[in-house]
Ligand binder design. Structure first.
Ligand SMILES: C[S@@+](CC[C@H](N)C(=O)[O-])C[C@H]1O[C@@H](n2cnc3c(N)ncnc32)[C@H](O)[C@@H]1O
Length: 240
């Protein structure tokens, strides 16, 4: 059966679907979505979008990710990707036609979809609004000083990146442990946001030493309201 694959970024929700993404969605025979169970809130957003554009959603159960081996993170991710490739290949191979893969934010940032569908054959990519873009817009700012760089990283890597001399960082996938680092960065500035684009959105900005408690409180509030929380930071060293 011949098939085509389209990777479509949908930003932080239905309000961010560009005309280009809408056109791509309408061209799909169905949309494949990973499901982490019936109550998966991110699956619910994809379902709303598919209904709005009249395209069938095919939920594929997400293979279990083995988080148990911290010594082989790369290996665990690889195995998980392989399992996802096989699950998607089975669906796309059986159905044929044009399959859409809806990606949260933009497919270029911390998302496996492109790496996975590249193993299925030919594909194209439609961009979406990413979380760092929405964070910058909400705080009405530029992500870097004039002519200066911004380093995009993860909470996991943050300590090493700061040790290596980075002074202006977008921090994605932060955890409770990442928040704990703020105690040692009291004079840095942080612009923080959670659940951006959702009704449960929270924003906090200020000197890290002054606002880290407010961030914890706001993070808890976002999670209580939505049942999930995704947050990110812009973190900047004090000017000397
Ligand atoms: C797996 S990455 C996906 C990023 C996505 N592809 C993008 O373009 O933004 C998930 C991380 O993105 C950030 N993120 C995604 N959506 C967010 C939102 N609505 N509010 C705040 N942060 C978000 C958080 O740092 C979260 O841990």
């Amino acid at each position: 059966v011949s098939s085509a694959v389209r990777v479509i970024g949908f930003g932080m929700g239905p309000q961010h679907i560009t005309p280009e993404a809408a056109e791509a969605l309408r061209s799909c025979d169905y949309v494949v979505a990973a499901s982490k169970g019936a109550a998966d809130p991110l699956l619910a957003v994809r379902r709303t979008i598919c209904e709005a554009y009249g395209v069938e959603l095919v939920a594929v159960a997400d293979p279990e990710r083995d988080r148990m081996d911290p010594t082989d993170y790369a290996g665990a991710v690889r195995d998980w990707h392989d399992a996802r490739v096989e699950a998607y290949r089975a669906v796309v191979g059986a159905r044929g036609g044009t399959a859409g893969f809806l990606v949260w934010g933009d497919p270029s940032l911390y998302d496996s979809t492109i790496r996975i569908v590249a193993q299925l054959g030919d594909y194209d990519v439609v961009p979406g609004i990413s979380a760092p873009q929405l964070l910058a817009a909400r705080h009405r700012m530029v992500l870097h000083d004039v002519g200066a760089p911004v380093h995009v990283t993860t909470g996991r890597r943050l300590p090493d990146d700061i040790a290596a001399g980075q002074t202006n960082l977008v921090v994605m996938l932060p955890s409770e442990a990442t928040l704990g680092l703020l105690a040692d960065l009291a004079d840095w500035s942080i612009w923080w946001g959670a659940n951006l684009g959702a009704p449960s959105e929270q924003l906090v900005a200020g000197r890290a030493g002054d606002v880290h408690d407010a961030i914890r409180t706001a993070r808890t509030a976002a999670k209580a309201e939505a049942g999930w929380v995704m947050d990110l930071w812009l973190l900047r060293a004090p000017t000397r």
